[in-house]
Structure formats: C-alpha cells, structure tokens
Design a binder for this molecule. Structure first.
Ligand code: HEC
Ligand code: HEC
Length: 298
C-alpha cells in the first residue's frame, strides 16, 4: 500500500516538474521570439520646430523621459522586481553604450508603435499598447528629437527575466510584452491638433491615461504594476465629481487635488502637467465626454 502511494506521489511530482519546465521553456522561447513585422516608413524632418515638437511630445505626452531618463541615457535599475527579474531602460543617445545607431528611422518607429527591437525580438515594458495609434507626424517628431539629444556615455546591463518571472509570464500572470497583445494592424489616429474631444481621446491614448486608468477611465489595479502600486483613480465624471477644469489643470500642474491632498507620483503629473493649454483643454473635454462609472472597473 505504502509503496503504491509512494509511486503515485512520485508520478504527481514528476508531472508537476514537467509542466513547470514546459511553461518555462515556452515562455523563454516567446520572450526571444523574432517577430517579422514591417517597419513603418515615415518622412522625418529635422528642422528646429520639429525637434522642439518632438521634445514636447517625449516629455509631456509620450513621456519617454519618464522611463529612459531626462537625458534619454537610460536607467539602471529601472524596475528591480527581485526574483521576477530586472528591467533596465536602454541609452537612446549616440554616446558610448547608446543603442540608437542600430536603428534607422523605420526601425525606431516600429520600436515605438509595436514594441519590437531592431533585431525583431519583443521589448519588455515598452508601452506599445499606448503608442500603436500615434500619428505619423508625432512619431516622426519624436524620432527627430531622440536623434538630436546630446550623447550620453552610459552602459547598461540588458534586462533579464528570472525563472519565477518567466513562469508567471508563461501562465499569463506577468504582462511584460505589449507586442504580444497589441493590435499591430491598428491604424494610426490622425486627428487634427485642437481643443476637441477627438484630440483629447488621442492624447488620452498615446499619453497613457487610458493605459493606466483603463478603457472606461474608472481606475483600478494597473495591469503589470508592482503589488505596492496605488490603483489608478476613477477619472470619469463620477470620479472627478465637483472638479472644475481649473481644478483638473491645477492637479496636473501641482500634484494636488482640490482638497489639497497629494497625488501619488505613479501618476506622472509632473510630465502631464507640462501639456499646453490646448492639450489640457482637449483632455478635459474628453474625460467629461465619457460616461460616469463607479471606481475600479477600469
Ligand atoms: C513605461 C516605460 C517606458 C516608456 C514610457 C518608454 N520606454 Fe522605451 N523602453 C522601455 C524599456 C523597459 C525598454 C527595454 C526593454 C527591454 O530591455 O526589453 C525600452 C526600450 C526602448 C527601445 C529599444 C532599445 C534597444 O535596446 O534596442 C527604444 C528604441 C525605445 N525604448 C524608445 C522609446 C521612445 C522613443 C519612447 C517614447 C516615445 C519610449 N521608449 C518610452 C521603457 C519605456
Ligand atoms: C503610469 C500610470 C498613469 C498614467 C500614465 C496616468 N495616470 Fe492618472 N493616476 C494614476 C494613479 C495611480 C493615480 C492615483 C494616485 C493616488 O492615489 O494618489 C492617478 C490619479 C489621477 C488623477 C487624480 C484623481 C483623483 O481623484 O485622485 C487625475 C486627475 C489623473 N490621474 C488624470 C490622468 C490623466 C489626464 C492622464 C493622462 C494624461 C493620466 N492620469 C495618466 C496613474 C496614471
């Protein structure tokens, strides 16, 4: 009897080990899988007005500097998730340790919109879900800006996903790669700049408001965020009940709600607060145009 139970337990243990090894192997393949996706051809102008537009976009709208650093020289560690892995952001300048020389304009546009490295492998964390709809003109301006920044000499270790992180990724509990889930066929949103709901929706998409606060803007746990991150707030008209447009702009510029309480810096208000008045107005109009919802359904 005991012998039979022993054999049974051994068999169960063997199956568990095999299943985990299978998930691990599949995740490892997926993490390095080359994606054969055409790189968008864009006309990149390099006049000073375009570069200045690109600087504004990389700061206040796309917020590239939030992750890649003010000087775009990269950050190490960017996210140290202990046993799950270590994510560093690369140096996007032409200095020593910079990666930008490996990218022509088309490959750079593909990295931004689709989250794919020059060699076709998927990028970790790069928010392609937000950027896939970025307009040709805006992507081109950001590229012009990135190429114009002064070189920074800074080398980084590449990011690594550790075994536990791979297993969690493999069972879908650690969303690391936007390139896995983004609709690569989504057409860019070509919306004229202006204080309109449509332009506000565009800014809300490429600016990450929708990515963090959810497609319904009602907030909740941010997918893929560390467990200690505060949930995103409800920014539908129900969540911002009683707020005026001035309260909204003040909140983004100062990081304080109308009742003076501070807004956590997971909310990138320092960068979003640098939107110009047309952009602020457009985003406010968009938020106000959405149906009110209770907190937490994203
Ligand atoms: C939320 C954080 C975040 C934001 C915002 C972000 N990136 Fe990244 N980016 C990353 C991370 C993390 C990596 C490295 C991924 C890896 O190691 O697999 C990366 C990698 C890249 C790469 C690939 C470089 C290489 O190693 O080959 C390029 C190019 C890039 N980012 C450009 C941009 C640009 C341009 C913007 C703004 C439009 C931007 N990123 C915004 C996090 C971010
Ligand atoms: C990286 C994720 C992230 C992005 C991107 C983001 N938010 Fe937030 N936001 C948060 C979090 C988290 C909170 C809650 C902070 C807290 O609890 O202190 C928040 C809070 C807010 C608040 C305060 C509301 C309240 O009642 O507390 C406003 C307003 C807001 N966000 C608007 C925006 C807008 C507009 C955008 C796009 C321009 C945006 N957010 C982009 C994560 C984000």
């Amino acid at each position: 009897m005991l012998k039979t139970i022993g054999k049974f337990l051994l068999a169960v243990a063997a199956i568990v080990v095999l299943a985990v090894a299978g998930v691990f192997a599949k995740a490892t393949l997926q993490l390095g899988k080359i994606r054969d996706l055409p790189a968008p051809r864009l006309a990149v102008r390099t006049d000073s007005a375009t570069i200045e537009r690109g600087r504004h976009l990389a700061t206040a709208i796309f917020k590239c500097v939030d992750c890649h650093g003010r000087d775009l020289g990269g950050r190490e560690p960017f996210v140290d998730a202990g046993p799950l892995g270590l994510i560093n952001t690369p140096n996007l300048t032409t200095g020593q340790g910079g990666v930008i020389r490996r990218y022509d304009d088309a490959l750079l546009a593909r990295a931004v919109r689709h989250g794919i490295r020059a060699d076709g492998s998927p990028l970790l964390i790069m928010p392609a879900l937000d950027y896939v709809v970025a307009s040709d003109q805006d992507v081109a301006a950001v590229i012009a800006y990135v190429r114009s920044v002064p070189p920074v000499d800074r080398d980084h270790e590449p990011s690594t996903v550790r075994p536990l992180g791979r297993i969690l990724y493999g069972i879908g509990q650690f969303p690391l790669i936007d390139a896995d889930v983004v609709d690569h066929a989504a057409p860019p949103m070509e919306v004229p700049v202006g204080a309109t709901v449509e332009y506000g929706k565009y800014l809300g998409s490429v600016g990450g408001c929708i990515g963090c606060h959810g497609p319904g803007l009602s907030g909740g746990k941010i997918p893929g965020g560390p467990p200690d991150w505060k949930p995103a707030a409800n920014i539908t008209p129900a969540g911002l009940k009683g707020w005026t447009e001035t309260d909204f702009i003040t909140a983004l510029k100062t990081g304080r709600r109308p009742n003076r309480t501070p807004i956590d810096t997971i909310m990138p208000w320092r960068l979003a607060g640098q939107m110009d008045s047309t952009e602020m107005h457009a985003v406010w109009l968009y938020l106000q145009s959405r149906p009110p919802k209770p907190f937490g359904g994203r």
